[in-house]
Design a protein. Sequence first.
Length: 402
Amino acid sequence: MQPFKISKFRGGLAVTFYDTEGKRRRYTLSAKNKKDATPEAVEIVKEFFKKPSSQITLDDIFEAYAKSLGDRPTARRLTKTQAIRKFFGPYKPNQITEDLVMKYQASRVHYKTQKPIKVETLWTELGTLRDALNYARKRRMIPAEDVPFIPRPSKPAPRDRPLTRKEVAQLLHAAKTVPHLYIAILLLLGTAGRVSAILELEWKRIDFENDTIDLRVESNSPRKGRAIVPMNAGLKNELLEWRNMSDCNRVVAFNDTPIKSIKTAFNAAVKRAGLTNVRIHDIRHTAAVWMLESGSTIQRISQYLGHSSIQQTFKVYARYQPDFLRAEAAALDVTPMLQVDASPKEKHSDVQISSKVVSSNNTHTSITVDRRAEPEFAFFIEENADVILDELRQKFRNSHKL
C-alpha cells in the first residue's frame, strides 16, 4: 500500500501522497474525523494506483495473492517459488498460452543441481499459478475471459511411506548424537505434528501438570494441522530432561537459539541409520498409521492430527484400518454355496424358510440368507454372526438344563 497522510485542509480533511513520478497529490475527504477519514483515504489511494486490467501482469497478481494469504504456508511457498514468478511474472494473463506453460514444464530445473524437478513440485507450482489467476478473477483484477487454461502433469500418487518400529528405532539411535534433532523426532512422533508446528513450539505451551502439548501458535486461533494433544510418559520424561539443559523459549533449539530447519540434520541421520526414501513428513504419517493399527478410530485420529475434516483423514488413512473393507470382502465369499450344494452321497436336506435356507448334511448345518431378498438383514447377520451364535449356544445350554 502506498504511504499517505491525512491532514487538515480548508476547514476539513484531505489525503496526501506521492505518485510514481514523485509528484505530490492531495484529495479532499468527505469525512469529518480521522477515524472515518482513514478507510476513505485508503480507497482513494488504492483507486489512484490501480492499474487497468489490460496492464496487469502476473507480477502484480502474485504480489496481491501473496498479501491476501497472510502468514499461511501457501504464502511462504509462493514467496520461495521464485522460478515460476521469474518465468511468468512479465506476462499479462491473456498472453499465457498452453504452449508457454508446456515450455515452462520442459525447462524447469533445480537451481542447484540443474536437473529436472520432481513431478510433485511441478504439479504444485502450476497449481499455485492457477490459484493466483483465479484469485485475480474473483477480485476483478482481470476479466474472466483473460484467465488462461493452465495444463498440469498428472497428479502424482500420494506418498505412502510409514516407517516400521525397527526403522524408527534405527533413526532415533542415529539422531542421538544431535540432541536437538533427537528431541524434534520424539516430538514429531509423540504429537503427530507437522515440522513447522514442532519448530515453533514454545515451552509455555507444554503443560507438564496436565500432560498436554498445545501445537497452536495462538490458543484462540487454531491453525490447520495443529491441535492440543496428550503427552505420553516417555515423551514427558525426555522433555523434562531437555528443559533442564535449555535456556531458549523454543523447545527445539541449538546453543539456545531457535532452529529454522532440521532438514539437513534429518537427512544425515537417515543416512547414518541405513534407511532410504525417508522424509521428515513421513514421521507424521507413521504416527497416524501406528495409531490406526493400535485400534484407534478415524474420528479420534482426525482430532489428533488437527485435520479440518474427517473426510481428509479418511481419504488418506482408512486403508490402514485392520478391518477396512472386511465386510465387503465377506460379501464376496462364495464358499457357503459349496456347503449348500453338498455331495449326493451325503444325507442332505433343505428346509426353505422365507428368504432363508437351513441346510444340513452329515458334517455341517448352515443358514443361508438370500441377499437379493433381504440385503440389509444379510449384512446384519454377517456383522453379528459371533454374537448370534453365542446367544444360540447359551439358549441351547439353558434348554438342556431344564
